[in-house]
Ligand binder design. Structure first.
Ligand code: FE2
Length: 220
C-alpha cells in the first residue's frame, strides 16, 4: 500500500485513478474535477511553495511534519501543517472512492464490524452521525488501530489523523466536496458518497494491519 505519509518534496497531484465523471450519478463530474484539479492541486502547490521558501524541510516526510511539529517555527507551522494535511487528506478521500464500488466490505473487516459497532449497518449510522455532527469543515474516517480495533474518527479542517489510527475509508465534508450538486445538504451528499466507497482498498489495508497483529489469535 502506497503510504502518502512518507512522501517528501516535491509533492505531486496524485492521479485520480478514474475519470471525472466515473462516480456519476453519486458524485458529479464537475465537483470531482474542481475538487481534484483546483482544491487538491492548490494544497500541493502551496506545500511545495512553502518548502521552497524554507528548504530545510525538503527531506521531511508528511509524517515528520506531524511528529515534530513543535520544532517548526510558529510563523510557518500552521500553514505548513494545514497544507500537508490538505495533500494527504485529499489523497485518502479520492482513493476511498471507486466507480466499481462493491457495496459493502467482506472478510475480516466485515466480520470485525460486529465487535466494534454491532453490525455493518450500525457502523454506517455512526459514520453518518459524525459526518453530520462535525461542525464546519473536516474529515470523517473509518480507521483501524495497530491492534486492528475499528473506530470512526473525525478531524477538523486539514488536521492529520493521529498516528495511532490508519484511515481505511475517508470522507471529505468540506462544502467544496458537495456544494455544486447538493448545496447545503450534507446528508444527501453522505448517502450518495456511501455508494462509491472502495471497500476492496479498505479490506486490503485492514488485512495488512490484521495479519501483522492477529489480535484474536493467542498462542497458549
Ligand atoms: Fe476537499
Amino acid at each position: 500500500m502506497n503510504n502518502s505519509l512518507l512522501k517528501t518534496y516535491p509533492y505531486e497531484l496524485a492521479p485520480l485513478g478514474y475519470e471525472f465523471d466515473a462516480l456519476e450519478p453519486y458524485i458529479d463530474a464537475r465537483t470531482v474535477e474542481v475538487h481534484h484539479t483546483k482544491h487538491h492541486q492548490n494544497y500541493v502547490n502551496n506545500l511545495n511553495r512553502i518548502i521552497e521558501e524554507n528548504p530545510e524541510y525538503k527531506n521531511w516526510t508528511i509524517q515528520k511534519f506531524c511528529q515534530e511539529e513543535r520544532y517548526i517555527p510558529g510563523d510557518i507551522r500552521d500553514e505548513l501543517l494545514q497544507n500537508a494535511g490538505g495533500v494527504y487528506n485529499h489523497e485518502l478521500y479520492f482513493a476511498s472512492m471507486t466507480p466499481d464500488a462493491p457495496g459493502q466490505p467482506e472478510g475480516d473487516l466485515m466480520d470485525n464490524m460486529a465487535d466494534y459497532f454491532g453490525s455493518y449497518e450500525e457502523m454506517k449510522v455512526e459514520f453518518k452521525r459524525l459526518a453530520l455532527w462535525l461542525f464546519g469543515s473536516g474529515y470523517v474516517h473509518l480507521a483501524a488501530t495497530p491492534q486492528s480495533w475499528l473506530q470512526i474518527i473525525t478531524q477538523k479542517n486539514q488536521e492529520i489523523a493521529h498516528q495511532s489510527f490508519t484511515p481505511l475509508v475517508t470522507l471529505d465534508v468540506w462544502e467544496h466536496a458537495y456544494y455544486l450538486k447538493n448545496e447545503n445538504r450534507r446528508a444527501d451528499y453522505f448517502e450518495a458518497w456511501w455508494n462509491t466507497i472502495n471497500w476492496k482498498r479498505a479490506e486490503k489495508i485492514y488485512e495488512e494491519i490484521y495479519a501483522k497483529n492477529k489480535p484474536f489469535e493467542f498462542d497458549f
